[in-house]
Ligand binder design. Structure first.
Ligand code: CMC
Length: 454
């Protein structure tokens, strides 16, 4: 059989718009050869020494695409926000180690850090907190929306819809907007998301909304809106406020995860910030991403309810014919202990010591972790607990129902999403994100009239 000469792909024609040159000078080049043609690809080095091969000109120069399912080997942007060192379990937000931020900062300071690029001074923090206060209320007409959701609606469904609805009440920010306007939009989102989250919970349990109050700090306000009621006294303890601050900080950003990529993807089309954040909320909801914190508790509850022995749980997690996965374990980037999980585990232990986490769920979690870490199958695959393994247990101890866990993750991740959206919009190399594909469908088929189809 004679091999037909390969047709020149249509995409090999010079593209109308040339790919942008890399922003940094290449430190070295990687060589690619195809069909006797050679392409020198620039190799760029990030500030932490990680190397990336710039393949942006591949299609234009050679008429081929890079095939990378699940984007496992693809860097989709250059970013100066967050660094994750998956081999050594290190996480830096704007250069600051997560351990230092969780120990010393408040969530509001970390939000400021992500959005503005550095930690606030006393004056800047006070101005930012004032804005958070001023923008915490929801438009009266928005309150009516909650009444139309059915009982038992998942708060993530309500959250995503409410966030995109904000775009019809508040103007979007323009690229050339001044700092003050950007601050207002950012604080409006940060503050209102918290109010929406608490209102959606109150709606789900049929209780009246509790309005935000200028007397409280960000996290205290949220706890108050969640747990105060006209018929019971509630005052958030300093311990709960501190724990919530820490957990929201752990969630604050994690570079190009699925939800952040969704925010950037939607943002690259020029859609408004509220639409982009709503896309992020939807992407986060999945059990492989932020929804894992709810899925972990449900898994633990099932193990206890059905009295499934831990070795049997691991056997099922290893069985490829069984759809079961050990929730809260594994990570695309971390091939060692997730530093966020380490901090969450310490908080969990603190609550166990104080008798605030009791009963079998915490015990099973510890037993599962120990057994999985000692199991060669998990060791070979570098599977460790991730941030979601322990956070659900903590949120539960604070009084949150499991349906709210992913909402809390979203609240924490919001400043990260906003920071990425801003960075993307300010990047001169940014174009609409439009990945390609590797087509394996049928070749041209003759159209068959409906009467003749079988
Ligand atoms: N239980 C059992 N096996 C697992 C698990 C798990 N939780 N995670 C990964 N594996 C296995 C997987 O079957 C594969 O085995 P093999 O090489 O034999 O085919 C290997 O480990 C590599 O896994 P992968 O699916 O290629 O890894 P990924 O990078 O595509 O997926 C993950 C990462 C987080 C989606 C996955 O580890 C997982 O499903 N974990 C459970 C859900 C979870 O906890 N998600 C929260 C992630 S952290 C918070 C966040 O960022 O949202």
């Amino acid at each position: 059989m004679t091999k037909k000469p390969a047709r020149k792909p249509a995409s090999a024609k010079p593209a109308r718009k040339a790919a942008k040159a890399p922003a940094e000078a290449a430190t070295e080049t990687a060589r690619l050869e195809l069909d006797g043609r050679r392409l020198d690809l620039p190799v760029l080095t990030g500030t932490q020494g990680e190397r990336v091969i710039h393949v942006g000109n591949l299609r234009r120069e050679l008429g081929v695409s890079a095939y990378d399912p699940a984007l496992a080997s693809t860097a989709v942007c250059r970013s100066g926000i967050t660094y994750v060192d998956g081999a050594n379990g290190r996480l830096l937000l704007r250069g600051y180690p997560i351990e230092d931020l969780a120990q010393h900062a408040t969530f509001v300071e970390v939000a400021y850090l992500l959005v503005h690029g550095d930690l606030p001074t006393l004056e800047q923090r006070s101005r930012f907190s004032d804005l958070l206060n001023q923008h915490s209320m929801l438009h009266e007409n928005m309150r009516n929306f909650f009444g139309n959701y059915p009982e038992g609606a998942h708060p993530m469904a309500v959250l995503s819809a409410m966030v995109v609805s904000l775009s019809s009440f508040y103007p979007e920010i323009k690229l050339d907007t001044d700092r003050e306007e950007i601050d207002i939009t950012v604080t409006r989102l940060l503050s209102k998301l918290r109010t929406i989250a608490a209102f959606s919970y109150k709606k789900s349990i049929g209780e009246p909304f509790i309005d935000p109050s200028h007397r409280y700090s960000y996290c205290e306000n949220f706890l108050n809106m969640m747990f105060q009621s006209p018929v019971s006294r509630y005052a958030a303890s300093a311990e709960d406020v501190a724990i919530l601050n820490k957990l929201l900080i752990l969630h604050a950003d994690h570079e190009q995860n699925a939800s952040t990529t969704a925010v950037r993807m939607v943002g690259s089309t020029g859609a408004n910030l509220y639409a982009c954040i709503s896309a992020g909320v939807c992407a986060l909801w999945g059990p492989l991403h932020g929804g894992a914190n709810q899925a972990v508790i449900e898994m633990l509850e099932r193990i206890v309810r059905e009295k499934i022995p831990v070795p049997e749980v691991l056997r099922r997690a290893k069985d490829k014919t069984d759809g079961f996965r050990l929730m809260g374990f594994g990570h695309r980037i971390y091939k060692t202990y997730d530093p966020r999980a380490r901090i969450a585990k310490a908080i969990c232990s603190q609550l166990v010591r104080k008798g605030r986490i009791t009963g079998p769920l915490g015990e099973i979690a510890l037993e599962l972790e120990e057994a999985a870490l000692a199991d060669p199958w998990f060791q070979e695959r570098h599977l460790y607990p991730n941030v979601d393994f322990y956070t659900g247990l903590i949120y539960r101890a604070l009084g949150f129902p499991k349906e709210m866990f992913t909402v809390l993750f979203a609240l924490g991740r919001l400043p990260g999403w906003i920071a990425h959206w801003q960075e993307m919009r300010a990047d001169p190399s940014q174009r609409i994100m439009r990945p390609g594909q590797y087509y394996v469908g049928p070749s041209r088929l003759p159209y068959v009239p409906i009467a003749k189809r079988r």
